[in-house]
Ligand binder design. Structure first.
Ligand code: GLC
Length: 419
């Protein structure tokens, strides 16, 4: 009787897990499919399965909107769901997920980390342990129309002037960027903020989002909408909507990540193929050209039933050859420094790897903190309100600072008061 009960229990457990004894374990990896990303990931996974006949891998598509993707992950992980086994994480999520116990520390797998950029390693380390491995690097950049503008702008004022002049020659807009209320708007702001010489947090961890530089930066972005250079629609746009505007020939400038490069260059699909180039986002006097550092990492779901296999898959996906293939197909920048020394990278990206390496190394990271999501959400709300004209710029940033300080205070992360 007891044996029978045990047998039933075992059967139930096996059914609940969705895998029968003796069947090939199935790993799930969450990945985005922006542009050609989905295509290259499926191809690499097919090869991985061919090399690992004992494993099956499926891709779970997740929303492209970084904030929506984060919310979905939080729901799964809060419910201790074991899939996806391998999670594609944004560079700003690792400390939060690690602190919550949602992803596994990787030390037991002894991952080699010396090939990665220090900023990525810092972003993926929590309490001295590495929790995720960098997959590709994102840096914000300015796409510009070479048929409408003679040279990229050397300053933010010049960007305004060139956008206006270019717009007069035909396109509906002068510039577009990601202004919807999600993580993207914070990266856009961070770049203009750096351009004015400001920061989100001071080096000691104090909130600096209402500095005079920050007010000037937000006023600059708001001015682009008010003056008709950027359409009010940008306040609902993410990466892809802005790419489409540029690709359809509707804007002189576009702020976006590297993935857009390959897509914009496709004749037949892009009306601006062969008529655009990239440049760093310029700065105002007193600031410095600033590119936001973004990118994806791979981590293991703490509730995964197959952590060893999950690590094998991660190691495969982040191997130099796979990064090179991603660079060639998607245009994404490798997360390993050694790949920048590979002579094939220049050809894959159609750009000078040394120049790209310099941009990646100088890119500005968002603060590394387990409460980043909360801080960012506050900033998103107030930036968006100011840009939509619901509040003044200075008042919005003052309120953002107050609320961000309260989060830091509550979580014990506020900097010590000066004596
Ligand atoms: C890109 C970046 C990521 C950033 C996001 C914002 O996916 O890689 O770091 O948070 O865009 O939209």
């Amino acid at each position: 009787m007891r044996n029978r009960a045990l047998g039933v229990l075992l059967l139930l457990l096996l059914c609940a897990c969705g895998e029968r004894e003796g069947s090939v374990p199935t790993l799930t990896v969450s990945g985005s499919a922006v542009g050609a990303e989905g295509e290259v990931l499926s191809r690499q996974i097919r090869r991985f399965m061919a090399e690992n006949p004992g494993l099956r891998v499926t891709v779970q598509r997740v929303p492209d909107d970084a904030t929506q993707r984060h919310q979905l992950y939080v729901q799964w992980l809060n419910a201790h769901v074991g899939t996806p086994d391998v999670l594609q994480l944004d560079v700003v999520w690792t400390p939060e997920f690690a602190a919550a116990g949602w992803i596994l520390p990787l030390d037991r797998f002894s991952p080699g980390s010396s090939d990665f950029f220090p900023a990525s390693l810092a972003a993926n380390t929590w309490q001295g342990k590495l929790y995720a491995l960098p997959w590709f690097m994102d840096v914000g950049m300015l796409y510009w129309r070479t048929d409408l503008v003679a040279a990229p702008p050397g300053s933010l004022d010049e960007l305004t002037a060139l956008a206006r002049r270019g717009q007069a020659a035909g396109p509906r807009y002068g510039i577009v960027w990601q202004g919807a209320r999600y993580e993207g708007i914070v990266t856009v702001f961070l770049e203009i903020l750096g351009g004015f010489g400001g920061r989100i947090l001071t080096p000691s961890g104090g909130v600096a989002v209402d500095s005079p530089q920050a007010v000037a930066a937000l006023a600059y972005l708001k001015g682009q909408i008010a003056s008709g250079l950027a359409p009010p629609e940008v306040l609902t746009w993410h990466e892809e909507e802005t790419r489409f505007a540029f690709q359809n020939g509707n804007t002189v400038f576009l702020r976006n990540w590297p993935y857009a490069w390959a897509l914009l260059g496709k004749p037949g699909e892009s009306k601006v193929a062969g008529r655009f180039a990239i440049a760093p986002m310029p700065a105002a006097p007193g600031g410095e050209p600033t590119a936001a550092l973004g990118g994806a990492q791979l981590a293991i779901n703490a509730y995964s039933r197959h952590p060893e296999a999950a690590f094998r898959l991660i190691s495969y996906l982040i191997a130099p050859e796979r990064m090179l293939e991603r660079a060639r197909v998607v245009g994404q920048y490798p997360a390993r420094r050694s790949v920048y020394r590979d002579p094939r990278l220049g050809e894959a990206l159609g750009a000078d790897p040394a120049a790209i390496l310099a941009i990646v190394e100088q890119a500005r990271a968002r603060p590394v903190t387990p409460v980043w999501t909360e801080l960012s959400e506050i900033l998103q709300i107030h930036l968006h309100r100011a840009l939509a004209g619901q509040t003044g710029t200075a008042a919005a940033l003052k309120e953002a600072r107050r609320e961000m300080e309260a989060v830091l205070e509550r979580s014990g992360l506020a900097p010590e008061e000066n004596p």
